[in-house]
Design a protein around this ligand. Structure first.
Ligand code: PLP
Length: 427
């Protein structure tokens, strides 16, 4: 199946119906699974046999979708989570715990920043945030002996800076730790971070993958390439017996290709339980089937909107990595030659007040705390998603108070531009 092109895999990977079986995979809306003997069930609990016993740990519908996302990213194992927040939390917490340290790009989604800088800090994990365009020396200087991972977003929400994946991967590897990349914005259609050295990929599937504002969800994919066993002192959770799971050593039992995801499922999903409902996984799969078509249209429309905005006298600045001359254009061309995403950021002349007036004048685009949807949405991050940040933190995350985040949908771009034109006329 993985020999097919990505658009074909969006339709077919992860589920192969047998003769007379349903063409669409069933929604297995069952919390539990029946067994003939306690012995059979015991083997599942001991991870000695594979099978289903309780949906918090695994469910067939969820597994079909995880297998599809795994194929799209080119990984060896994947799991779904109930949200992108859970995916990023699990991905980091699977290898970093109290007393550990993580290096992260400062240009990341506000919710992820808060998760790291506030909530995980309370759990005893320290984060050092570095500018995505920092020099190699600055990046290397951020590491400590107890650093366990590096984290960044391929295209940051909402700063739209592009992560230099190779630079971050090289720094991570030279310090013996993996690079975790949140690939939500480009999706594997436009960028596959494993091809550039990333080790773990996460997603908020709530965004383009679902694409229709149907279901909150997340995913974690492992490349299977990071060799935890070369650094057993750094990753004891993967390289030494897990007493909470009958003494299993994940790297020994499941190999490099399966250790990370099996541990995250067996320990973190068991204890935190952020599993998606099978119905949500099914809806996510419906979105995945048309992902390549939608991504192409999102990118095409976003470029048209960005060009229009760039030429408008009431617009102070435009940020779109796909726009020639944008500070991120060269990085975008390297990592995403076929397109970036559908999100454009810009500032309306007149600052915060003008931005709010512009937004109130829009009729087709909805003001929504959402992004990467088939329907165009618009947001003023400084007063919404990033309101917990002070001005210095906002600046570090690449967000100015006048920034309007315009998530360009798949409507006809002529209608979108007419809506923007009308709203700008009222400013
Ligand atoms: N990562 C990125 C890049 C995001 O944009 C978001 C949400 O906007 C998240 C993670 C969190 O995902 P969720 O809202 O599905 O929990």
């Amino acid at each position: 199946m993985s020999d097919y092109q990505i658009a074909t895999n969006c339709l077919h990977a992860g589920y192969h119906p047998g003769n007379g079986e349903p063409r669409n995979f069933p929604i297995v809306q069952s919390t539990t699974f029946r067994y003939e003997t306690s012995e059979e069930m015991g083997k599942l609990f001991d991870l000695e046999a594979s099978g289903y016993f309780y949906t918090r740990l695994q469910n067939p519908t969820n597994d079909h979708v995880a297998a599809k996302i795994c194929a799209l990213e080119g990984g060896t194992a994947a799991m779904l989570t109930s949200s992108g927040q859970a995916a990023n939390f699990y991905a980091v917490f699977n290898i970093a715990s109290c007393g550990d340290h993580v290096v992260a790009s400062s240009a990341i989604y506000g919710g992820t920043y808060n998760l790291f800088a506030v909530t995980m800090k309370r759990m005893g994990i320290e984060f050092t945030f570095v500018e995505p365009d920092c020099s190699e020396e600055e990046l290397n200087a951020a590491f400590r002996p107890n650093t366990k991972a590096v984290f960044g977003e391929t295209i940051a929400n909402p700063a739209l800076s592009v992560l230099d994946i190779e630079k971050f991967a090289n720094a991570a590897h030279s310090h013996g730790v993996p690079l975790i990349v949140d690939n939500t914005f480009p999706t594997p259609i436009n960028c596959r971070p494993f091809e550039w050295g990333a080790d773990i990929v996460t997603h908020s599937t709530t965004k383009y993958m679902d694409g229709h504002a149907n279901a909150v969800g997340g995913a974690i994919v492992d490349s299977g390439r990071f060799d935890w066993t070369k650094h057993p002192d750094k990753f004891p959770g993967l390289c030494t017996p897990d007493e909470s799971y009958h003494g299993v050593t994940y790297t020994e039992r499941f190999g490099l290709e399966g250790a990370f995801i099996t541990k995250a499922t067996a320990q973190l999903m068991r204890d935190f339980g952020s599993i998606p409902a099978p119905m949500n996984a099914y809806l996510l799969n419906v979105g995945l089937e048309t992902l390549p078509l939608r991504m192409a249209r999102h990118c095409e429309n976003a470029l048209a909107v960005a060009r229009y905005l760039q030429a408008h006298p009431k617009v102070a600045w435009v940020r779109f990595p796909g726009l020639t001359g944008d500070s991120q254009y060269e990085l975008a061309r390297k990592y995403m030659p076929n397109g970036t995403c559908g999100v454009v950021s810009f500032g309306v002349k007149g600052g915060r007040k003008a931005a709010e007036k512009f937004m109130a004048g829009l009729k087709l685009a909805s003001i929504a705390t959402h992004v990467a949807d088939a329907k165009t949405c618009v947001l003023h991050p400084a007063s919404a998603t990033h309101r917990q940040m002070n001005d210095a933190e906002l600046a570090a995350a690449g967000i100015s108070p006048d920034l309007v985040r315009f998530s360009v949908g798949i409507e006809d771009s002529k209608d979108l531009i007419a809506d923007i034109e009308n709203a700008l006329a009222g400013v």
